[in-house]
Design a protein around this ligand. Structure first.
Ligand code: SF4
Length: 485
């Protein structure tokens, strides 16, 4: 007698006995859905398959069934440990929450010698000494920084133009060193480099201070975006980049660009400029609706559709460069891809939920005010102090980090329970951004169908996933960006 059933038995469709694990689905295009589970793993499936899946009609021999089981969208008798694995991944994803606050921004001066129309910090003219942070406030901020539970900290000096108050930067770095706190502190100076010199660089080398600068693109575009006396912002930035590399090393300087209306036609040229200056990547940033960007109507100069068109075309160009063997990455995509393919949260404040305010970053302003994020202080410069969470030399660490101005927006904006986000398959990759939504809609959550934040991000998630689905090279490239972010 045979030990096996007849061959027909194995071809027979049997009702599957599986249980669904929590998942969400959103449209990718006309024919497909993106499905994501609690830990952010995603799967693309034809629309016609989702109904049979949720009705427990999917056959165990179906390749989609195996994919869904492997990625923890369903459990059956072969995978009863899936809920535990899922729980570990979710826990890892939120691990960063207990290790706050990683980034501490000191606004050492609001003065600046540039007059960029899109400036988001409402600069003050150079001679106004009252716009510098005092030593007493700097000492109080240092006390707060060292009370943060996180061991690995980044202290970033910003302005205005931070080098206009370099004496205070020196004072702060020396004070941190003298305290011997046992924390690992990395220092960054954000500067337009117009005032950089050898003495500053020697101090940076001695204390391993990194430099972050602005480069908006080729000479003409950069100088148009960033006017200063002498009309030589580009020349000074490029000379400064060379000088920093000579003194500190090749990778010790990074650059950020801001996309103005004038930039929209020059995505390729902007990337080429970054390559020419020896950078291995770029962060394509849209304008934020704060400070001078609103006053000068720069923010209103282009809408989300024009931004997305610019972003997609420039990203396609970057992919083509990689195809030709020129390694180059786009940092916004890399941040999202890290969230898609790893359990690590890259800690980018705009794409965090619970929001990154206070948890991911905190700002000590030149006037002693403490803000929940860089954008929060920009909003305050426009008169809206909703996100002011305390005052140096008055409030304790506890007062500041338990302030209702921090806890209320964190609580209210949590995307997992926000209307529309709670059903959205892209929620694991997205953020809450209560400062943006309050700035525009006077509400921490906003109405997502009208939110430009939502529209921009959803279109970007769909675009990245769509590109990976249609091109194996892109999938490999994006995986490498995620793993080395
Ligand atoms: S903001 Fe939009 S894209 Fe982001 S999770 Fe909410 S609904 Fe989804």
């Amino acid at each position: 007698m045979s030990k096996f059933q007849p061959i027909e038995f194995y071809g027979k469709k049997r009702p599957s006995t599986y249980q669904l694990l929590p998942f969400r689905f959103s449209e990718l295009d006309e024919n497909r859905y993106v499905l994501t589970n609690l830990s952010g793993e995603y799967l693309v499936a034809p629309k016609s398959t989702v109904k049979p899946f949720v009705e427990h009609q999917l056959d165990a021999s179906d390749p989609l069934y195996k994919e869904l089981r492997a990625r923890h969208f369903l459990v059956d008798d072969k995978t009863n440990i899936a809920p535990d694995l899922l729980a570990i991944k979710v826990r890892t994803r939120y691990e960063r929450l207990s290790d706050f606050t990683g980034l501490h921004i000191f606004v050492v001066s609001l003065r600046c010698e540039h007059s960029c129309p899109y400036c988001q910090v409402s600069r003050q003219s150079e001679d106004k000494g009252k716009f510098d942070m005092s030593a007493a406030d700097a000492l109080a901020a240092i006390d707060l920084v060292l009370q943060a539970p996180a061991t690995n900290l980044k202290v970033e000096f910003q302005g205005g133009e931070s080098l206009l108050n370099f004496e205070l930067i020196k004072f702060i770095v020396n004070e941190f060193k003298a305290r011997q706190s046992g924390k690992n502190i990395a220092y960054v100076i954000a500067t337009n480099l117009a005032l950089i010199d050898e003495a500053i660089l020697n101090f940076c080398r001695e204390h391993k201070i990194l430099i972050s600068t602005s480069l908006d693109g080729p000479r003409e575009l950069h100088n148009k975006n960033r006017p200063r006396p002498g009309k030589d912002s580009y020349e000074r930035a490029v000379a400064g980049i060379h000088l920093v590399r000579e003194h500190l090393g090749r990778d010790q300087v990074s650059a950020l660009m801001t996309t103005t209306e004038s930039s929209l036609a020059f995505g390729k040229e902007i990337v080429d400029e970054y390559l020419a200056q020896g950078f291995s990547g770029i962060f394509l940033r849209p304008l934020s609706p704060y400070g001078f960007a609103i006053k000068t109507r720069s923010y209103l100069a282009y809408n989300t559709d024009r931004w997305l068109d610019f972003y997609r075309k420039t990203l396609d160009y970057i992919v083509d460069l990689n195809r030709e063997g020129i390694p180059f990455r786009e940092q916004y995509a890399a941040t999202i891809l890290t969230k898609m393919f790893t359990s690590t949260d890259p800690g980018y404040v705009d794409l965090m939920s619970p929001a990154g305010i206070g948890i991911g970053a905190v700002v000590y302003n030149y006037d002693g005010a403490v803000y929940a994020s860089d954008e929060a202080r920009m909003l305050a410069e426009m008169g809206e102090t909703k996100f002011k969470i305390g005052q140096l030399n008055r409030d304790s660490y506890k007062d500041i980090f338990l302030s209702p101005n921090l806890l209320d927006p964190l609580d209210d904006s949590f995307a997992f329970s926000a209307p529309m986000c709670n059903d959205c398959a892209f929620e694991p990759y997205c953020g809450a951004d209560p400062v943006f939504h309050f700035g525009i809609y006077k509400d921490y959550v906003g109405r997502k169908p009208e939110s430009e934040f939502c529209r921009r991000n959803m279109a970007t998630f769909q675009y990245l996933i769509g590109k990976m689905e249609e091109d194996r090279f892109v999938k490999r490239l994006f995986l490498s960006w995620a793993r080395h972010s």
